[in-house]
Design a protein around this ligand. Sequence first.
Ligand SMILES: [Zn+2]
Length: 686
Amino acid sequence: MPVRGDETVTARFVISLSRRDGNLPRRRPLVHEKGVVPVTKILAVAAPLLALAAGPAVRPSAPAAPSRPRLVVVVSIDGLSFARLESYRSWYTGGLKRLLEEGRVETACRYRHLNTETGPGHSSLSTGAPPRVNGIVANRWFQRLKDGSLRVINSVDQPAPEGVPGTPPMFYREVEKDDRLYVFALESELKRWQSSGEIGRGTTRPGYGPQDETVVFDSDDAITLYNFSHGRAKETFDQAQTIVGPGNLRVPTLGDLLADARPGSRVVSLSAKDRSALFLAGRNPQHAVFWFDQETGRFTTSAAYNPPAGARAVVNEWNRTSAGPLLPSRFGLAWKRMPVPDPQPSPTPVPAPLMTDFQIPSNGVGWDHTFTLHPRGYFTSLYYSPVVDDLVNELALAFVRDEAYALGRREQPDILALSYSSQDLVSHSYGPESEENLDVLRRLDLHLGRLLSALEASFPKGGVLLALSADHGMQTIPEAERSRNPAFKGGRLTNNLRALPSFDETLNRLVSEELCLPPDSKPIFGAEGWSLMYNRPALPLRTVAGPCGPADSLVTAETLDAVLPRLITHAFREEIAEVLPVSQRERWPHDDPAVEFSLNDFDPERSGDAFLIPQPNALMHFDPARGTHHGTHHEYDIHVPLIFWGGGVKAARIDASCTPYDLAPTLAAALGVTMPDAVGVNRLTR
Ligand SMILES: [Zn+2]
């Protein structure tokens, strides 16, 4: 079911839509587009709007926080919808049980942006604002280079500083597969692609090969070597070398603002995933940001950060005594299901035999799962299992207990941000409705129980304020649903060069036929998430003589804007409900719920040429038949938990509508920090 936002929420987000678009000052005035609204009227009917406009820290009537927390803990559970958390309540005995019972549970907390992915979600949690403001519009997006060409970049790519050591050794390999040419300059990328079919930060160039085939490059080095070996002109690149970092964030995070406002405050951020750790933390290079390295089985950081020696010491010691080659002896070679209580709580997940046909066998299918199958090795097997949550939690406990680093025990308050990834990684392969998913959740319940106990043992009552949320939810596996319920509507578009025909290719063929272009034309560059990019370097294209008339009519971006909505919603009507060309955004109908979600994900440099609005239960996925995803504006992807615990917060269930953008402003208010770019509100004053 598509979610129709209540009027208040819709209004407050639409009012500030044009800010980024028009480079207007970000602080929003209390002026409606149609004129000044009397303040009394605002006070009477739009209290949430007033709070939004005033910002969380300067609201004059807000009751003072009881006492400032010494440590703020942010917990993000990657891919966990509120419905999933709540439905398994009777299974919990540990931290999830305590948080649901002792915390302030916001039951109606929904994202208001499209492309509900990990980068945008974590950036929204830390900045208190949607991608429209924070700039992280998807996990990957299209970048227009100075020469007009296009490429896909990862949200965590940023230019490398001068003189970064460790440039990988050069390597060269061309591989033909499925009528495409794959070009590698990194041996590790070749191995990764051979085992998983994924190319992490690749560039795809339609028609670039010797026989006009599509060429996929693993890196800019691959393009350079390919050009050299095929006698093509040398190219220069905007970002010759990139490192992983938070540089694409457009506004500061809570951690950045705390470090500015209270010098000496520290931010520690840990996750299995790089993007989760660094977007939760922010841009200050002093933040201690660490994630799990699948090559070494240890936690690592990048040249984007230079954390204090004390933080490095905690991680180094834990890596030395608990990680890397020690992991097989600690976690064994199998993921066994936790014993199921007798009697079994309800509800129960979909039994494994009904799921195995639809699961991606990251660690095999059926119990026990094995850590010996993944072609990229043992550490990657752990990454796609509940074990990475164990590792994040262990390192978090090491930080909480470390007397020398004294997190939260010094004069200024500190932030500990934790993103637990297993829920997402396991659900992608096995489905959120699976036994595997519940097993991850039960283990996480125990981890969080240990975390809460450690916090209580280390800090006086009220000294810790914890906020738990998620970066997005997750859809069930549509084919598995349909096997149990033939009336179920849903499906998938395959966006992967391995799987033929891919969405991009089918669309290019359809557009070429419709507009009488030569059959091998590539008017569409590609889709990332639910954003579509035209092949701008190739435009305008010229028609051939035929039903459209004589040859050599020009096909421009405007032509595509005009034809795509009808073409796509006919050809892909089961998966795509609507197409919103970006050039027409001033005319998008504001009573269309999808418009608000698209505008909140819109960034003029990063959003491409059109938003595709997914039908309910439609996936954009790399696998043609198995596994699942997230990214839509539908209930299962946007409705996530928001729980506040500790710091004097009383147990409550709050059913009023809210957004995850409220997390950072709420914590900011408790810390006495102002967040001028945030659109969320302080939940603890209402
Ligand atoms: Zn995620």
